[in-house]
Design a protein around this ligand. Structure first.
Ligand code: PDD
Length: 279
């Protein structure tokens, strides 16, 4: 078992995978990424992740170096070489190496990185107890639907969560809850599952789509609309969705107890459905 890196067409030891200081990913954050995890050794929802990668690339006019079939082949080969029980696959595509200038040359070759590392799931006690979150102002740019490596606002948000010893920061833009720093946010109001609509304010999570589908299969009403910070505090249940968090109950926000302070019944049901879906 070992960490694996893939750089511009070849598998190399992770420590030897080096990129030029003139890479535009390094200089401008001019790139995109995806994070995929395996269940029983198989990448979960790889098609949806690769579709989003293509969408992000198109939005930024990035050259797509590989077809979906080629990406899949490299990811599967990386998983095979790493041989971890469960793996976290990181894909990064930057515009490439060019002398520093904000505008980019037409003929620049994209830099492609894939890493495969061991995935450590959250402790089941965390899933059972739920987590605490804090809200902060969403200071990100106007295209949060693009999964860009420009993550400075998310980095600062996560650092604030770490310092406050809470699990996640929930971002609030002009009074509306957008999403978490590394997750989507859903609330339950009177049996209805409510989450921010797709659009430029949020990253449309692969897990979000799966969970909304599960909610509909359960016969639960779903509404894609913004909720206010006050609605968040008053919600019957709050939970996060994401590749790394799956379906995770939030039981306290800004020190205020959500519901009865334990993961609610709908969150628990969707978490169980999600486990069956991925298994
Ligand atoms: N982040 N919103 C944001 C801002 C995210 O960064 C993520 C995931 C999600 C959930 O998306 P998905 O369900 O497709 O994982 C929502 C990854 C895991 C990361 O940056 O590490």
């Amino acid at each position: 078992m070992q960490d694996v890196a893939f750089l511009n067409g070849a598998f190399v030891p992770l420590a030897e995978a080096k990129v030029s200081i003139e890479d535009r990913g390094f200089q401008f954050g001019d790139g995109i990424y995806e994070v995929i995890r395996t269940y029983k050794g198989r990448p979960f929802a790889i098609e949806a992740h690769l579709a989003r990668l293509e969408r992000s690339a198109t939005a930024l006019d990035l050259t797509q170096p590989y077809s979906r079939a080629e990406w899949t082949r490299y990811v599967l080969e990386g998983i095979r070489r790493a041989a971890y029980p469960e793996a976290k696959i990181y894909i990064q595509l930057t515009r490439g190496v060019a002398p520093r200038d904000h505008a980019y040359p037409a003929d620049v070759t994209p830099t492609v990185v894939i890493t495969v590392r061991e995935f450590h799931p959250l402790d089941s006690s965390v899933q059972v107890a739920g987590v605490e979150a804090m809200t902060i102002e969403d200071i990100r740019w106007g295209r949060c639907d693009i999964k860009s490596v420009n993550l400075l606002a998310n980095v600062l948000a996560r650092q604030q969560a770490k310092q406050a010893q809470v699990f996640e920061t929930i971002l609030v833009k002009a009074g509306s809850v957008t999403e978490g720093a590394v997750s989507n946010v859903m609330v339950v109001q009177g049996g209805t599952v409510v989450t921010a609509p797709e659009g430029s304010r949020i990253l449309s999570g692969v897990t979000r789509a799966v969970v909304l589908d599960l909610a509909l299969s359960e016969g639960l009403p779903v509404q894609e609309r913004f909720v206010s910070q006050a609605d968040l505090y008053d919600a019957d249940e709050v939970f996060l969705t994401g590749t790394t968090v799956e379906v995770l109950a939030v039981v306290r926000v800004d020190g205020k107890i959500i519901g009865d302070g334990r993961p609610g019944p709908i969150t628990q049901r969707l978490a169980a459905d999600f486990t069956s879906r991925v298994g």
